[in-house]
Design a protein around this ligand. Structure first.
Ligand code: BG6
Length: 459
């Protein structure tokens, strides 16, 4: 049974929905400048035009019955130069967004940063440069001071693990191995500074990290495969949460880094910050599980790992990703593993014992709008239903899951696949190349979710 005050919601991010990419003083982020392949994202500059449709979108969310809505704020709107002057027009915009949400009794859950680093900071080394940490601290202090009264739930940095491991796909460039873990350290320090600032500036507010956590399975019971899974669990999952929640560098991760030529330690001047500032809850994004084996044949090191697409995972002597043949796949070749969500929740609970909000979970698919403006997305309903059943089983097993905010509130520009891959409860009428009229149409899943929220769960 879910708690009476279970936080039902839906999620989105700014750069995938807002558009208005150069309006009202916004500068360019790495999402605006990253090279996009031909089969990706024809017009991300408009995206779902949520920047101009937010009133309508929030109203539709309210009608669906959500109690919370996860959005992100673009750093490039608040501080266009990355560090320095604050853009008051942007402050006014988000003040109104939160006012509208409250009008409809929707709690905002706000991600401070979702893959969209200001290009100006990227040009100076981005997360490999410690200056970016200082800039982030200034930026989040502005957010907490300006919106601390309006926002009860803050999320720090969206999926730092996937951002680093799937760098090419998400950011458009490849980190060297050394750079990746320099950026890891700076991102983790930045997150600690956000915990500290939030607790200092807004006492009524709660803050948590938001990694993508997928339990990693060994391909077989061959002890080498089991060790491969242990390593990849540490590199992909626990390194991030152990830093946030326990204030340590995960020992298996540390050993992995050492064997690959990197000595990672918390700097003496950061020690106090790291061991005294912790999250109030965990935000957790889950799409599917991951399976690895011990690599029996050497190959070139992969650029990183792509989220949920196991084939790209590789590190000589440690692990190699492979497709789990026991699982069905979605239209885009991602495996579907609802039971994996239950396992992930139980393991995360076992390790960290904090309330968990599922801040992303959803199915990317080719949706079709009928002539009478309906979308019969029974496949999405099936996916969400099965995952919610897993959430409920985890809750029955004692895990404190406090909310569910699936991906996504409305159709948006997918990170990997542009507009053709849709996640939303609300259809946005545009294609990859044709902006059409951007009209909003609730899908079948919208009405299904409305009922789920009304019943406080699924059967
Ligand atoms: C998560 C991201 O990793 O995966 C989202 O936080 C993203 O921004 C989602 O949209 C799904 O990935 P994709 O590539 O299908 O959009």
């Amino acid at each position: 049974m879910l708690k009476k005050d279970f936080l039902w919601g839906a999620s989105l991010s700014a750069h995938q929905t807002e558009g208005a990419y150069q309006e009202d003083g916004k500068s360019l982020s790495v999402q605006d400048t990253r090279p996009r392949s031909r089969n990706e994202i024809a017009d991300f500059t408009v995206a779902s035009d949520h920047y101009h449709h937010y009133r309508e979108d929030i109203k539709l969310m309210a009608k669906m019955g959500v109690k919370a809505m996860r959005i992100s704020i673009p750093w490039t709107r608040i501080i266009p130069t990355g560090i320095g002057a604050v853009n008051t027009q942007a402050i006014e915009h988000y003040r109104d967004v939160f006012n509208v949400m409250h009008e409809y009794h929707i709690e905002p859950m706000v991600t401070t940063y979702h893959f969209d680093l200001p290009q100006e900071l990227q040009a100076q080394g981005g997360w490999t440069n410690r200056q970016t940490v200082n800039a982030y601290e200034q930026y989040v202090r502005v957010l907490f001071a300006e919106f601390g009264e309006q926002v009860k739930y803050w999320l720090t940095i969206n999926e730092p693990n996937i951002m680093l491991l799937a760098d090419k796909k998400i950011l458009g460039f490849i980190y060297t191995h050394e750079e990746r873990y320099k950026a890891f350290y700076n991102l983790m320090i930045a997150e600690k500074l956000a915990f500290k600032a939030c607790h200092e500036l807004c006492a009524q507010t709660k803050i948590g990290p938001v990694p993508n956590i997928s339990y990693v399975y060994p391909a077989t019971s061959d002890p080498r495969d089991v060790r491969a899974a242990e390593y990849f669990n540490a590199v992909r999952n626990w390194a991030y949460l152990d830093f946030s929640v326990r204030g340590i560098i995960n020992p298996i991760f540390k050993n992995y880094l050492k064997k690959t030529g990197i000595e990672l330690a918390i700097l003496p001047e950061d020690q106090d910050l790291v061991t005294h500032n912790f999250p109030d809850f965990l935000g957790l994004n889950y799409y599917t599980s991951v399976t690895v084996e011990y690599p029996r044949v050497d190959q070139d090191r992969a650029s990183g790992v792509s989220d949920q697409q196991s084939e790209d995972i590789y590190e000589k002597g440690f692990y190699k990703g492979l497709t789990n043949v026991n699982l069905a796949k979605n239209d885009f070749n991602w495996t579907i593993d609802p039971l994996g969500l239950q396992t992930t929740l139980e393991v995360v609970n076992d390790r960290y014992l904090l309330p968990i909000y599922i801040t992303e979970n959803g199915l990317g698919a080719y949706d079709e709008l009928t002539d009478d403006h309906q979308v019969h997305d029974d496949y999405r309903i099936a996916y969400l239903q099965q995952h919610l059943q897993s959430v409920q089983q985890a809750v029955d097993a004692g895990v404190d899951v406090a909310g569910y905010l699936p991906w996504s509130a409305l159709d948006l520009v997918s990170v990997h696949e542009g507009m053709k891959k849709r996640y939303g409860f609300i259809y946005v009428d545009r294609t990859e190349t044709d902006l059409k009229n951007l009209a909003r149409y609730p899908k079948d899943s919208y009405f299904w979710y409305q009922q789920v929220i009304h019943n406080n769960g699924v059967d």
